[in-house]
Design a binder for this molecule. Structure first.
Ligand SMILES: [Ca+2]
Length: 667
């Protein structure tokens, strides 16, 4: 990882364009500014995934275009950008990055307009280094753009999808109005971004200038560039002692369907006790490859690409799917699941553009016990990795999951003793990572050292019930709406939380989002009792909550059940809160929590916004705080945990003015 230069002042200079037309203004830094989640890497050292690329935000690079943002308002281009800012280019404009390291491969995160009637467009982007070696990317918005209410639509012109649902735009049920309330279109556009990888074909040095230029003839009115990841990709991995899929008829040109050939290679490998090897190439697969007791190795995710079309099923499958598509699936848990499956070193490129929750069109699925998934790149599937247990002992490591319609990783139903670590997950349409204890509890699971960026809906990492699960050392940035950085929620029919919940040493940044339906700010971590009380031992230790849009911490019970459920037994220790638009803690629940060594600064409102369960009795709030000492600092209102607030002073204010905090800095 390169040393970041974060102190380079923006320089502006004027250059004459070679076309002899008007001069263009160039703004931004010429020295590389390497960041992690748009932060100085020193602020997040030891947290998040260890990765082999360096990340540079376009808004910190040199450009003839215009910087958009920062802006955290949902349904806008800046809000879904890393760091809530990006660069907008019109045809002829460019953004130029100074490469921080030896580089032969890049990932560009970008946005294009949708087609007027939906479905996306394509447009070129030219890549040059030091003014030469031109290559080109064909960008697309065919996998971007969702509109409207759940389960969303690809039609930018559609009226409200559920006119019988309450919506926040009118604070009404549209069909109950006379005349019915109509929404303006496009209604709630989101999921603007996509990303694309490119092997440059030769190796460049640190200091070389990589320029992304929108050709003057581009059909796209604008091209937004969010960031560039650059890296050096080594030679393809070769496995000689293996069942090579080419020997079984697989077509590495991607022209013929290779699913049958891969099945044959798997069958042979199992008999011969060999691995399956998939050499460099693009392999067309338009259905699930069922895996059990097999190891499948690619040449590396930049070289071996399994790519498929979404296929309409003639009749719905027993699981409710109406489509199928490329994916590697363990057998269903109802027939015992699969075991001893090891997948590594390839990409899965799906073709999912709409959200149909009954469809099994995920990158990896089924039940996979005693298994590993390592070094995959999973793109354009519905969910990157969705496990349906019961199952046990799965390890997910060093996977990159991007541009999903729904979740990134979901441990669903009785997934136990399993780990997801060092994964990078970006632009999911739902929770980036979740443990969902539906019907059967997840237990003994760990999400550790993952990096999550810009989930456009829901949470960075969410736990829905379960026993003795851990979320540790993760870096979670830029959640956008109807969720936040970390959630502990009794929701979605989950089993109760029992035993311990450990939320340790995570960093969130630019979380604590605005909840559009509730019309209030959430916390970077929010503990939410909707379907039952939360009374397991929740230990929140060593976490840093940076640049919170609203609160750092929220404990909330849904209003209709505020007198039924409570949140108790939550313990905060060794926490740093750097910057809150509003409070350090917002309590909208009966119950209690303890605080030890929770330090805060740059706090925008009263330290504790204590509403309890909204009875406002003379005895004080129904939520009480225990001060275990060392809770220092505060902001505009003085100490965040002042003696006068303890144990349960009512300080309830739903919508205090937001004070935008300064950027996070070394503590
Ligand atoms: Ca950006």
């Amino acid at each position: 990882m390169a040393v970041a230069s974060t102190t380079v002042a923006g320089v502006a200079l004027s250059v004459l364009s070679t076309g002899g037309t008007a001069s263009a203004q160039v703004s931004g830094a010429s020295a590389p500014v390497v960041t992690r989640a748009a932060l100085d890497p020193a602020l997040v050292a030891g947290r998040g995934a260890s990765v082999d690329f360096a990340e540079q935000e376009a808004e910190k690079a040199s450009t003839t275009g215009s910087v958009i943002g920062p802006d955290r308002s949902a349904y806008t281009l800046p809000a879904e950008a890393s760091g809530r800012s990006a660069v907008k280019l019109t045809p002829g404009q460019y953004v130029e990055f100074t490469l921080p390291n030896t580089t032969n491969a890049i990932t560009v995160r970008y946005s294009l307009p949708d087609a007027p009637t939906g479905g996306g467009i394509t447009a070129p982007l030219s890549v040059t280094v030091n003014g030469g070696n031109r290559t080109s990317l064909t960008l697309t918005s065919q996998y971007a753009y969702l509109y409207n209410l759940y389960p969303f639509s690809n039609d930018p012109n559609a009226g409200v999808l559920h006119p019988d649902w309450w919506i926040t735009e009118c604070s009404c049920v549209p069909n109950s109005q006379t005349p019915p309330f109509t929404v303006s279109t496009p209604f709630r556009p989101n999921h603007f971004y996509d990303e694309q990888r490119l092997l440059l074909g030769r190796t460049y040095r640190a200091g070389d200038k990589l320029r992304l230029t929108v050709p003057a003839t581009s059909p796209a009115a604008w091209t937004v560039i969010d960031l560039l990841d650059s890296q050096y990709v080594g030679l393809p991995h070769v496995d000689v002692v293996a069942a090579n899929v080419l020997a079984f008829g697989a077509d590495p040109s991607g022209r013929r369907d290779s699913a049958g050939a891969i099945d044959k290679a798997i069958a042979f490998a199992k008999k011969a006790h060999l691995k399956v090897y998939i050499p460099p190439g693009v392999y067309q697969v338009n259905r699930h490859i069922i895996v059990d007791n097999v190891t499948i190795v690619g040449a590396g995710s930049w070289y071996t690409i399994i790519k498929g079309h979404q296929v309409d099923l003639a009749t719905p499958a027993p699981d409710g799917s109406v489509h199928t598509g490329v994916g590697f699936y363990g057998q269903d848990a109802s027939v015992g699941g699969s075991t001893n499956v090891h997948l590594s070193g390839f990409a899965i490129e799906g073709d999912v553009r709409e959200r149909i929750d009954t469809d099994q069109v995920n990158g990896v699925g089924g039940a996979l016990s005693n298994s590993t998934v390592d070094g995959l790149y999973i793109h354009h599937t519905k969910v990157g990795i969705w496990l349906d247990g019961p199952m046990t002992n799965l390890k997910l490591t060093h996977n990159v999951i991007a541009d999903q319609i729904a979740d990134g990783i979901n441990f669903h139903t009785g997934v136990t003793q399993s780990t997801a670590s060092n994964n990078v997950i970006r632009n999911t349409g739902d929770d980036a990572m979740a443990m969902w204890s539906e019907r059967t509890a997840d237990s003994g699971d760990v999400f550790d050292h993952n990096t999550v960026q810009t989930p456009v809906l829901a949470n960075g990492i969410a736990l829905y019930g379960g026993t003795d699960n851990t979320v540790s050392n993760n870096l979670i940035a830029d959640p956008i709406r109807e969720g936040s950085g970390l959630q502990v929620g009794s929701r979605f029919g989950a089993q109760p939380f029992t035993g311990h919940v450990w939320i340790t040493n995570n960093t969130t940044v630019r979380a604590g989002t605005y909840e559009l339906n509730w019309n209030i700010g959430l916390g970077a971590i929010w503990i939410y009792a909707l379907e039952r009380s939360i009374d397991a031992d929740v230990e929140v230790v060593g976490d840093n909550f940076l640049d919170n849009t609203y609160n750092a911490i929220m404990l909330v019970v849904d209003f209709p059940v505020k007198d039924q459920y409570s949140i108790t037994n939550v313990h905060f220790k060794d926490i740093k809160v750097d910057g809150t638009g509003t409070s350090v803690l917002s309590a909208r629940s009966a119950g209690s929590a303890s605080f030890a060594n929770v330090d805060a600064r740059n706090v925008g409102a009263v330290g504790v916004n204590n509403c309890g369960s909204f009875h406002f009795t003379g005895a004080g709030s129904e939520f009480s705080l225990t001060d275990l000492g060392g809770n220092d600092g505060g902001g505009t209102t003085g100490a965040w945990l002042a003696a006068w607030e303890l144990p349960n002073t009512i300080t309830c204010d739903d919508r205090p003015p937001v004070v935008v905090p300064p950027a996070p800095s070394p503590w």
